[in-house]
Unconditional design. Sequence first.
Length: 182
Amino acid sequence: METIEVVVARIGKPHGVRGEVTVDVRTDEPERRFAVGSVLRAEPPAGSSSPLRRVTVSRSRWHQTRLLLTFEEINGRDEAEAARGTVLHATIAADESPEDPDEYYDHQLVGLAAHDLDGTLLGTVTGLVHGGAQDLLAIRTPQGRDTLVPFVKALVPEVDLAGGRVVVADRPGLVTPLPDDE
């Protein structure tokens, strides 16, 4: 079975003195990804003093709107502070899909052809940029121009994984350049 990695969180600030940390959740399935016993690959940020490469979830709980995690490998506030900014990756089956039919993993979208509402090829999806307000589809046009499209239903009304395409409600300046920019 082929597997891939997906980003599921980034470790934030320590919570308390026993090594518990806040996390910036990057998955729509936190109960599944952060279940007790889950092993995640840890990628500390550049310049970090954290030795973490793998972490095992020993406790998971919600505090108001924030997810708090405890890992077997982090003991105390100093280690939790050193882990700040560490990106956590889960390993999943390559053919796995999120439970929500309107959600997609990044790797499912990369390589899809982007077409406008009339079926004209606009380019190819090259990635997804995860933003605070919304995600952005990165699209490279046949002319080699890179553009970003907010990944919202109004602008990307259709994702057809089986057909290998996404439909973009293009407007001048979104993917196709403004007449002045051509």
